[in-house]
Design a protein around this ligand. Structure first.
Ligand SMILES: C=C(O[C@@H]1C=C(C(=O)O)C=C[C@H]1O)C(=O)O
Length: 371
């Protein structure tokens, strides 16, 4: 047979598979109606095992056994997505309010005035006073306690990647993401007036800022010292009698009256950081088009692939996937996923219900307009 004949044969078989697939899905819809009426969960583990065992037996070919099991697992996952839509699409909406950034009484940022978090906060809340906390954790605590209406935290930098410490705290505290804001980061090397670059031996800054300026730091041979924040590092430089420097924003250096010894020192010319605005309760802005969730998945073969199938089949574009250790001595991780969709979309509601019902650790952690 030539290639054309082989492909014609494949096309014929695909048509048969397709028509059988459609028939199977019709039956699954019937199953969904039954489950809805009898208040049964969509997922039936025992039945799925039965299906897979039977398929493996019928395959009768060791080489193809794994493939047929994967194929039927995917078919059953698609079937559950359709069943969830039938059952949960009309589920009640989440309870939420609208964000009120202009009416916010207090807003918490980490660091001190001049920090990049403050510049990010200004983009959302305008020129006003912010409450500063020594650590990211204190900002989460203040939001949880209702001490501030909103908190501002960095999550991702275009040069250095995710801000791990924020993600670790996201797993520890209850909160909701209300908005995402992107800030152009402009790092400079700043020291006390009159200090020369040649005199400087060491430089203080936040870990993220130091890692965004690796090339400059190794070229100049300056010794790095991690500090809680770029702006607090700049304040330390101002107070110190030693010839030390800080990596901070130009705004911050100018505000404190420091000498800028070098400008634009980040490894990449375009250096941007994304910040999240968080609140204690779920707040949904009208223009929100992305949803954030955090979850763990079982340590079984294909479980990440099967999770991603849910987003793919529901036409939800995955915008971010991040994983962090759950820190219990195992090597298990917590996944943080952002995907496109509105909380009120029937398919989003169905996926969230499905995840809620079937995963041990699952939390929807807010919705925002992606930038
Ligand atoms: C169709 C059903 O719902 C789900 C999907 C299955 C399938 O597509 O075969 C099997 C078990 C359930 O998890 C069912 O309960 O029979």
């Amino acid at each position: 047979m030539d290639l054309k004949q082989l492909r014609d044969g494949i096309d014929d078989i695909d048509s048969s598979i397709l028509s059988l697939f459609m028939k199977r899905m019709e039956l699954c819809k019937g199953v969904a109606d039954f489950k809805k009426e009898h208040n049964m969960p969509v997922f039936q583990g025992g039945r799925e095992q039965e299906v897979i065992d039977r398929i493996k037996e019928l395959t009768g070919n060791k080489e193809l056994e794994k493939g047929t099991a994967a194929l039927f697992t995917t078919i059953m996952d698609i079937s559950k997505i359709l069943q969830n839509r039938t059952i949960h699409a009309a589920a009640p909406d989440y309870i939420y309010t609208s964000p009120d950034f202009a009416g916010a009484r207090t807003i918490g940022c980490q660091g001190t005035s001049g920090a990049n978090s403050e510049s990010a906060a200004r983009k959302v809340f305008g020129d006003r006073a912010f409450t500063f906390y020594p650590s990211f954790e204190d900002v989460f605590k203040a939001v949880q306690a209702g001490e501030v209406d909103y908190g501002v935290l960095p999550v991702q930098n275009s040069t250095a990647g995710s801000v791990d410490s924020t993600y670790d705290l996201m797993a520890k505290y209850p909160f909701y993401i209300v908005k995402m804001v992107t800030l152009e980061i402009n790092h400079c090397l700043a020291a006390k007036k009159g200090t020369m670059l040649e005199d400087i031996t060491c430089v203080y800054s936040h870990r993220q800022a130091l890692s965004q300026c690796e090339v400059f730091l190794s070229r100049t041979g300056l010794k790095k010292h991690e500090y809680s924040n770029t702006a607090t590092a700049a304040e330390k430089v101002l107070r110190s009698e030693e010839p030390i420097a800080a990596i901070c924003s130009v705004d911050c250096a100018e505000k404190l009256g420091l000498e800028i010894l070098a400008r634009d020192i980040a490894d990449c010319t375009i250096n941007r950081t994304q910040f999240i605005i968080i609140s204690r309760d779920l707040q949904v802005a009208n223009d929100s088009d992305s949803v954030s969730v955090m979850l763990t998945i079982p340590h079984t073969e294909g479980s990440l692939y099967r999770l991603l199938t849910k987003f793919f089949v529901n036409n939800m574009n995955l915008l971010r996937i991040e994983s962090r250790p759950i820190r219990d001595g195992s090597f298990d991780v917590m996944f943080f996923l952002d995907f496109s969709g509105k909380l009120s979309d029937p398919s989003v509601k169905a996926v969230l219900r499905d995840l809620e019902e079937n995963l041990e650790d699952f939390r929807c952690i807010g919705t925002f307009k992606s930038e």
